[in-house]
Design a binder for this molecule. Structure first.
Ligand code: NAD
Length: 252
């Protein structure tokens, strides 16, 4: 897998695991992340060599342009682009402002578009893009508008880009993770946290990384423009009070 793989937000969480997984397969990994200090140590701590870390904010057009220029100067081309970086600024109930909302859309939707645009003529043969969405593109809780809108946007962006990129031989797919326990999530999971998933456990970053590796590899050559859910079955579960161990707590 001697490929050039670009990962946004690759310093922590799922992005870190993605960077490690591709590097372990022999890829040169180029990461952009706004976490500068830890990022500076990232390139030397990944398996293999020839990796690149660029400190930058994918919500800023000039940072994306500078990053793309550095990647292309260093490697000449890219094979895989993983658009992973995103976050939430809440929604209507928690005071997410217009500017907050736009920031999440910039990071979660405009940045993936812009990176695809900056790299589109420089993909190697059999190129692939994987966008990281969320099951929250389809399901919501109160006060999640900025995040849900960004995730709905990247799901639609995926199939649109797949059509545009088809003539270049680049496949574009999307992964919608459910609950993935990262270091940022903090506290240990309770038995109920785990068992509420039909798979009997919450997800780990490796669940996403393995799927991304598959989607970018030759065995997934006929999988294109899809949104693949990795949530242990959680979003397909029917829940009624009093059935199958579920109970609704009135007032909560
Ligand atoms: P995380 O917060 O643990 O890590 C995100 C990484 O992205 C960090 O290194 C952070 O510094 C970087 N980042 C954030 N904003 C950035 C920006 N503007 N510019 C550059 N770097 C930036 O997040 P995570 O839980 O690993 O999530 C990764 C992706 O997976 C996100 O798109 C998230 O929406 C999605 N996701 C996560 C879960 C989950 O349960 N963890 C579930 C569904 C989807």
């Amino acid at each position: 897998f001697s490929k050039v793989v670009v990962v946004t937000g690759g310093v922590h969480g799922i992005g870190r695991c993605l960077a490690e997984a591709f590097a372990a397969k022999g890829a040169h990994v180029a990461v952009i992340d706004r976490a500068g200090e830890e990022g500076a140590r990232l390139a030397s701590s990944l398996p293999g060599g020839g990796h690149l870390f660029v400190h930058g904010d994918v919500g800023k057009k000039e940072d994306l342009e500078a990053f793309a220029a550095q990647v292309l100067t260093r490697y000449g081309h890219v094979d895989v682009l993983v658009n992973n970086a995103c976050f939430s600024k809440g929604g209507l109930l928690g005071g997410c402002s217009y500017d907050d909302f736009l920031e999440v859309l910039c990071v979660g939707v405009a940045a993936p578009y812009e990176l695809a645009r900056l790299f589109m003529d420089r993909f190697g043969e059999g190129g692939a893009i994987v966008n990281i969405a969320s099951t929250r593109a389809e399901q919501s809780m109160p006060d999640t508008e900025s995040y849900s809108a960004a995730k709905g946007g990247i799901v639609a962006l995926t199939h649109a880009m797949a059509m545009s990129m088809a003539s270049r031989g680049i496949r574009v797919n999307c992964i919608s993770p459910g609950w993935i326990q990262t270091e940022a999530a903090g506290a240990a999971l309770s038995e109920a946290d785990e068992r509420q998933h039909p798979a009997g456990r919450a997800g780990v970053p490796e669940d996403v990384a393995k799927l991304a590796l598959f989607l970018c590899g030759p065995d997934a050559g006929f999988i294109n423009a899809q949104n693949v859910t990795a949530d242990g079955g959680m979003s397909r579960q029917m829940i009624y009070h009093g059935e199958h161990g579920w109970s609704y707590c009135l007032g909560e």
